[in-house]
Design a protein around this ligand. Structure first.
Ligand SMILES: [Zn+2]
Ligand SMILES: [Zn+2]
Ligand SMILES: [Zn+2]
Ligand SMILES: [Zn+2]
Length: 245
């Protein structure tokens, strides 16, 4: 099953599984894992799964302490996964909507903004399904599920690429990045034309991107995020215009 396009990696043990299998796997894997070696790491937290509605091959599981606020969850999803330029966000939990006032609210554990002050334990029960919307104009929509409270593993044991944390939240599994291939020549691709998009033949290698009808300003780097190719995602890494210049 390792060749399944929707598979991802458990950062704790390295197993390759799909999104559905990973939830069951993590419950036992986290129980069996050695405890954190650093006292800065929380001992337990909610295990939460998140999957893109538009692009379900992008998904992740992470831990976040039950005493954290919605604003901390918001900051983690932004920083670890979907933020391009600090757009407005909203959670929908049990039919209630909780909105941020944008991404300029400072770091996690800063002043809560909008209606994101409630603590997670006040809102989320085991098995609770809820949603998150990033950017109301060009939305990236995520479906989330609170699995149950689990022990934290020792993040020091993770590969450097896998130490994806923000505040006290810690990513413990993620989909494998798609193998991006150029729609023109079939070579590995590193750019997405945001006018064409990833579904609309916008994925290209550098050479083909230079010859594309839309200019270098329209290109964003490929990335392992449901926000890939949208708005200004990944632009901080430099664009095609600079790569060509
Ligand atoms: Zn595992
Ligand atoms: Zn943006
Ligand atoms: Zn090409
Ligand atoms: Zn294009």
């Amino acid at each position: 099953m390792t060749d399944d396009v929707n598979n991802g990696e458990c950062f704790v043990c390295g197993d390759s599984l799909d999104y559905g299998e990973m939830a069951d796997h993590l419950r036992s894997c986290l129980d069996d894992a050695p405890p954190p070696s650093s006292r800065k790491t929380p001992s337990r937290g909610y295990l939460v799964g998140a999957k893109s509605d538009q692009r379900p091959d992008f998904w992740t599981y992470f831990l976040i302490p039950r005493s954290e606020q919605l604003v901390d969850l918001d900051q983690f999803l932004r920083e670890a996964w979907v933020d391009c330029c600090g757009h407005l966000t909203a959670f929908r939990i049990k039919g209630q909507r909780f909105e941020s006032h944008g991404g300029s609210s400072g770091p996690a554990h800063g002043t809560p903004t909008g209606s994101l002050a409630p603590k997670l334990f006040a809102l989320l029960d085991d098995g609770e399904e809820f949603s998150f919307e990033y950017d109301f104009n060009q939305p990236t929509e995520l479906s989330l599920k609170m699995i149950e409270e689990c022990p934290y593993p020792d993040v020091e044991e993770f590969d450097d690429d896998h130490k994806i944390a923000w505040g006290k939240a810690l990513m413990v599994a993620q989909n494998d990045e798609p193998e991006w291939t150029c729609v023109e020549c079939g070579e590995p691709a590193e750019w997405v034309c945001k006018q064409c998009g990833i579904e609309g033949d916008g994925v290209m290698c550098e050479e083909c991107a230079q010859d594309h009808e839309h200019d270098g300003e329209e290109f964003l780097p490929t990335a392992n995020s449901p926000r890939v190719g949208m708005c200004r995602f990944g632009e901080a890494q430099g664009g095609l215009a600079e790569a060509a210049g």
